[in-house]
Design a protein around this ligand. Structure first.
Ligand code: ASC
Length: 148
């Protein structure tokens, strides 16, 4: 009997939608802002190396790119319904143009995957080109969907 209940509870929790992992809209907003901050840190370091503001270290760049290639999936589960209201710069267009927003997210993730591949080669020139593309895809989405 206990086992049956346990199985039912596990079944229920795994079937819950992604939104259920957030207590409320405020928690979802905080979560995505935290991920954005971490992404900014790691991409910022790659940009600093590419722009000569920091000495190039291929190992550090590869670690940053690999991290970005994982965490860039995280923010998007946190744009839950109702989280366009509150302490957020996310524009309501995100929820009105969800397919377009998702396509922009996918484009960024593809560009980050290319940056990760470039960083694995250790070539600063390859990293420079790939990081430029990532910067463009970040900016394009922020221009459309992030309030200034
Ligand atoms: C970052 C960051 C962005 C993008 C953008 C690229 O590190 O926080 O919003 O890169 O500046 O153009």
């Amino acid at each position: 009997m206990t086992r049956l209940i346990l199985a039912a509870v596990i079944g229920l929790t795994t079937a819950l939608p992604a939104a259920a992992q957030f207590k409320n809209a405020e928690a979802a907003i905080k979560y995505r802002q935290s991920v954005m901050q971490v992404q900014n840190h790691h991409l910022g370091r790659i940009f600093a190396m590419v722009n000569g503001r920091m000495p190039f270290d291929a190992k550090v760049a590869a670690e940053d790119a690999a991290l970005l290639d994982t965490i860039d999936k995280l923010p998007f589960v946190a744009f839950i319904d109702g989280s366009d209201k509150g302490e957020t710069n996310a524009k309501s267009e995100i929820w009105k143009q969800r397919a377009r927003f998702d396509a922009a997210a996918l484009k960024m993730q593809e560009d980050v995957a290319k940056l990760n591949a470039a960083a694995k080669t250790g070539s600063l020139d390859a990293i420079k080109a790939a990081a430029g593309a990532v910067g463009q895809s970040c900016k394009a989405c922020h221009d459309d969907y992030q309030a200034k």
